[in-house]
Write a protein that binds this ligand. Structure first.
Ligand code: FES
Length: 126
């Protein structure tokens, strides 16, 4: 938690780095005290980010680094057993997932994308 208890906005990347259909942008977070990878994608114009942790087995989901969309470009896919998630909500829509992905809140303004901390989601120690 930020020393004053407030949630922080942390610069993730330039908007251009998150193109529709492009590879995800990876970043590191601490979730519930555990170091964890997260990823951000753009889908239908909006940016979304999640922990890179499948709800089936807590493994990273990309079979090639940064590749999360299935061949249709419609769903986020876990490469291990095929759990499928909605890119805008992280909800499980197919496969063996048990619940949805953990969402990381993003904001986009003036060509920059920031991610937002919350009580469970903190930046890694620098
Ligand atoms: S670990 Fe993701 S579907 Fe099994």
């Amino acid at each position: 938690m930020h020393p004053d208890g407030a949630c922080q906005a942390i610069l993730l990347c330039a908007s251009d780095a998150l193109a529709e259909g492009a590879r995800a942008v990876a970043f590191d977070v601490v979730y519930a005290g555990q170091p964890c990878r997260a990823f951000a994608v753009r889908w239908q114009g909006a940016v979304h980010a999640y922990l890179n942790r499948c709800s089936h087995v807590p493994m990273e989901m990309d079979y090639q680094e940064g590749r999360f969309f299935d061949d249709s470009g419609r769903w986020l896919l876990c490469a291990t057993h095929g759990a499928t998630y909605a890119p805008d909500t992280g909800a499980c829509v197919g496969g063996p997932c048990r619940g949805g992905l953990v969402k990381v809140r993003l904001s986009e303004k003036d060509g920059l994308v920031h991610w937002h901390t919350d009580p469970l989601l903190q930046p890694p120690a620098s």
